[in-house]
Ligand binder design. Structure first.
Ligand SMILES: *Cc1c(COP(=O)(O)O)cnc(C)c1O
Length: 340
């Protein structure tokens, strides 16, 4: 389903699927370690970048342009991808240039990326996209043939990475003779979600057993819900040459763990960061994977994973990464925060 598509081998695949402690209610937890995709510190964007950069190289691009919040993991991994492929990388970021680069920005600096600070607020995605268009236009005028990537790399091409990841997971389930009932993960710009749903639809169409996909939404105002995610998934399926579709009803986004807004920490997210660190040695962050894990734990507490008649059902948490943000100011829970 993917062999005919342009792809650069940037990620270390397959990522491990490891067992965690039992969840409240008794479900067996499996953690899909996409924080370990390798590229520039790892995380979910590496899978999208394999296909995005495949497309960029096929079109003869000499530069990559992308956009994100100040502590964007996607920007950091795009910077690393550009370094690997010998492409100039331009990052359009929210906020102003800090006195000292920290966390993801520090790493992007090491990878040699050039920053364009917009002064925009963190989750003003529309304003950031306009700034990306402006930088793209400038580089085009300079003859750099830039490949310009929207927020989170969430295009149909980028989402191919998670369609392939879904199939990779099914193969790992087969190896362990498990058949998970639910897959939970953190969703922001919707590309991971769309890709997973595309892979799920294609696999179900081939008669394979597939888990229900539950997105824990942590952002507003991007491709976060229906019909955007279903539409993106269907464009991804078209690229795969699949003949099946994703329906609006297949899109489940639970935003109860977002708190007040994108990148604003929550007590539940902080508690989940500590739970993961102290039960599995896993590193989660306050913007994405911590809130996603809070959703996983919250759904377990509500009995969402109970499977009557089954001794122990299996639930997968897709760990999307995010650890570098722990080292940005305010990036980690402190003793003064509740529950630490
Ligand atoms: C980008 C990101 C997500 C969300 O992925 P989308 O495809 O944008 O929805 C989740 N977790 C981490 C750590 C991320 O960097």
């Amino acid at each position: 389903m993917f062999d005919h598509l342009d792809r650069m081998p940037l990620a270390t695949l397959p990522t491990p699927l490891e067992q965690g402690p039992p969840l409240e209610g008794g479900a067996r937890l499996w953690v899909k370690r996409d924080d370990l995709t390798g590229l520039g510190g790892g995380g979910n964007k590496a899978r999208k970048l394999e296909f995005l950069c495949g497309d960029a190289m096929a079109t003869g691009a000499r530069a990559l342009v992308t956009v994100g919040a100040a502590q964007s993991n996607h920007c950091r991994m795009t910077a690393a991808a550009g370094a690997r492929l010998g492409l100039e990388v331009h990052l359009v970021l929210s906020g102003d240039r800090p006195a000292e680069a920290t966390g993801n920005q520090l790493l992007s600096t090491l990878f040699g990326a050039q920053f364009h600070f917009t002064g925009a607020e963190e989750s003003h995605w529309g304003e950031l996209e306009i700034a990306r268009e402006a930088v793209t236009g400038q580089l085009t005028a300079e003859g750099l043939a830039p490949y310009s990537i929207p927020v989170g790399g969430s295009t149909d091409v980028g989402a191919l990475g998670y369609a392939a990841a879904f199939v990779e997971m099914l193969d790992q389930f087969d190896e362990r003779s498990i058949s998970p009932t639910h897959l939970v993960f953190t969703s922001s710009s919707g590309g991971t979600h769309a890709g997973l749903l595309a892979g799920r639809a294609a696999a179900a169409h081939q008669g394979r057993n597939v888990p229900e996909v539950i997105a824990i939404g942590v952002a507003k105002g991007v491709n976060v819900g229906r019909p955007d995610v279903a539409e993106l998934a269907n464009r991804t399926l078209a690229l795969m040459g699949a003949t099946t579709v994703v329906a609006d009803e297949d899109v489940h986004v639970d935003t109860r763990w977002m708190g007040t807004d994108y990148a604003v920490p929550t007590p539940e997210g902080d508690a989940a960061i500590l739970w993961a660190a102290r039960t599995g040695g896993w590193l989660l962050d306050r913007t994405y994977s911590g809130k996603g894990c809070a959703g996983l734990l919250g759904l377990a507490a509500e009995g969402r994973f109970a499977a009557p008649g089954h001794a122990a059902n299996d639930v997968v948490f897709l760990h999307t990464g995010g650890w570098p943000a722990l080292f940005a100011p305010g990036g980690a829970p402190r003793r003064s925060d509740s529950g630490v």
